[in-house]
Design a protein around this ligand. Structure first.
Ligand SMILES: Cc1cc2nc3c(=O)[nH]c(=O)nc-3n(C[C@H](O)[C@H](O)[C@H](O)COP(=O)(O)OP(=O)(O)OC[C@H]3O[C@@H](n4cnc5c(N)ncnc54)[C@H](O)[C@@H]3O)c2cc1C
Length: 461
């Protein structure tokens, strides 16, 4: 019979690495698969090899010791392994053109988050990308965007990108901040949470101050669209006083916050919950990562987006509880070892309401202009989808059946939430009650030959 691992972890970001460090330390056979060629996830991407390691601040540099600890922890790491199907005791992945099937007593999904896709006219033009995508290029390849750059959005990653542009001398035409001015008032109700993580808070204030000092900032920018021009790109926007302005750019970086990437948890048919403040669906799991499917757990941003410190602590807790469940730790030992991680989570949770209010998405941004392409795979505009919705489509799967959004290769990764927001707005429905697109395996296109060549589960028994 083929090997049955004690634990398989999908994702070698901060959460997955910390889960593996615990399970391997306590003697459980641990396999970690990640589609990236190196461990690190989003925040510590390529930390083990990047030429940028000394140049992107201490947040990024903090990844190096963690990556080293993970690589030496005794877990087996499979890089370049893209998981395309999942069940409580099994994982299917594609690696270098070959698909594999592996089994485990416990499976952990630590697959992280993605930038919230917010369609606007012109966002599919060459030269327009997510500011997180630009961050990926910077960390993994030392690549900077061509200036002049226009940054547009809401969230800490916009500020981080603005600071990077200044530090690396990339000219920035303007930073268009789309957050609502009133957010600060709501956030201040939770100001006591700042005391729980003063250093983290001050780091954010520092990024905001540097952005304001070094870049031209437009607060409350709205009605943003992008068009092509002789010089490259032109960004059109309205100011708070309703004046229409335009800016030239070679690159436009968009960012409207980060949301859990739920395709894989939907594929596993896990129960999800809706976060009204940050407006995203996330898997419903307890503090030990246990989901609605026994044997299948989650850790990190896939469950709730709370940043790298929380992701590492959550990953450690999940690892410890797996050790308890599989008999490597007593309940008392699990609780004792969990204490420092629970304290970190408590501090992160205390600050989170402040951050969630301050960076709450702007409702108007979530209702795309009729000219905006919502489904990039099928090139469907908001105008067309809006008609289909108003004619009587009340669920994302219903709109999918009528007009094909979500039928392309990304399986609704990009359009899923935007379509749901449009339905909720048109019919006065609560997002909480809207079912998401049904996810189907494989999660991404595979060669048929790869499927045929894969040993079938029965051959392995
Ligand atoms: C684009 C982006 C950039 C970010 N940059 C920063 C930053 O600079 N600073 C900061 O503080 N926070 C940043 N964040 C937030 C950051 O994601 C979290 O703070 C933290 O990295 C979460 O850790 P995690 O382990 O939960 O997930 P991640 O770090 O996202 O790790 C998830 C891992 O799972 C892998 N994976 C996903 N799906 C599959 C699959 N199907 N098969 C195989 N492997 C898979 C990914 O390759 C990745 O390595 C960023 C988020 C995003 C989306």
């Amino acid at each position: 019979m083929d090997k049955v691992w004690d634990v398989i972890i999908v994702g070698a970001g901060p959460a997955g690495m910390c889960t593996a460090i615990q399970t391997a330390k306590h003697g459980l056979s641990t396999l970690v698969v990640d589609r990236q060629t190196e461990p690190g996830g989003q925040i510590f991407r390529s930390a083990g090899s990047s030429s940028m390691i000394g140049k992107l601040g201490k947040d990024y540099a903090a990844g190096l010791p963690l990556v080293k600890q993970f690589l030496n922890c005794g877990a087996q790491f499979e890089p370049g392994a893209n998981v395309w199907d999942i069940a409580p005791d099994r994982v299917y992945y594609s690696q270098q053109g070959h698909s594999h099937f592996v089994r485990a007593r416990q499976v952990v999904l630590a697959t992280g988050a993605m930038e919230r896709p917010v369609p606007l006219p012109g966002w599919t033009l060459p030269g327009v990308m997510g500011s997180g995508a630009s961050d990926v290029l910077l960390k993994s390849a030392g690549l900077l965007p061509e200036g002049p750059v226009v940054l547009c959005g809401n969230g800490p990653l916009v500020l981080q990108a603005a600071v990077h542009m200044h530090e690396f001398n990339v000219p920035v035409s303007a930073v268009l901040l789309t957050g609502r001015m009133g957010n600060i008032m709501h956030a201040m109700k939770h100001a006591s949470g700042i005391l729980a993580r003063p250093g983290y808070f001050l780091h954010g204030v520092n990024m905001a101050a540097k952005t304001m000092l070094h870049q031209k900032c437009v607060l409350g920018a709205h009605d943003v669209s992008i068009s092509e021009s002789e010089k490259g790109l032109q960004v059109h926007y309205a100011t708070r006083s309703g004046k229409h302005r335009k800016l030239d750019a070679s690159t436009v970086l968009l960012h409207e916050g980060v949301i859990p990437e739920t395709r894989i948890t939907r594929l596993a048919r896990l129960r999800h919950a809706w976060d009204q403040k940050q407006r995203y669906w996330h898997v419903d799991a307890d503090k030990w990562g246990q989901t609605s499917a026994p044997g299948l757990r989650t850790a990190g941003d896939i469950a709730t987006v709370r940043g790298a410190a929380a992701a590492q602590a959550e990953g450690s807790l999940v690892g410890l509880d797996i050790c308890r469940e599989l008999g490597q730790l007593s309940l008392a030992d699990r609780d004792r070892e969990a204490l420092p991680f629970l304290r970190i989570i408590k501090r992160c949770q205390a600050l989170q309401p402040f951050l969630d209010e301050y960076f709450a998405p702007t409702p108007a941004m979530l209702q795309p202009h009729p000219d905006a392409i919502v489904c990039r795979c099928e090139e469907l505009t908001a105008g067309h989808l809006g008609e289909v919705i108003r004619e009587g489509s009340y669920s994302p799967n219903g709109v999918k059946a009528q007009a094909r959004p979500g039928m392309g290769t990304c399986q609704g990764r990009i359009c899923g939430q935007a379509v749901a927001e449009m339905i909720a707005d048109a019919h006065g429905l609560s997002m909480e009650n809207l079912p998401q697109y049904t996810a189907q395996p494989p999660l991404f296109p595979l060669r048929l030959g790869e499927l045929v060549e894969m040993p079938s589960p029965s051959e392995l028994m």
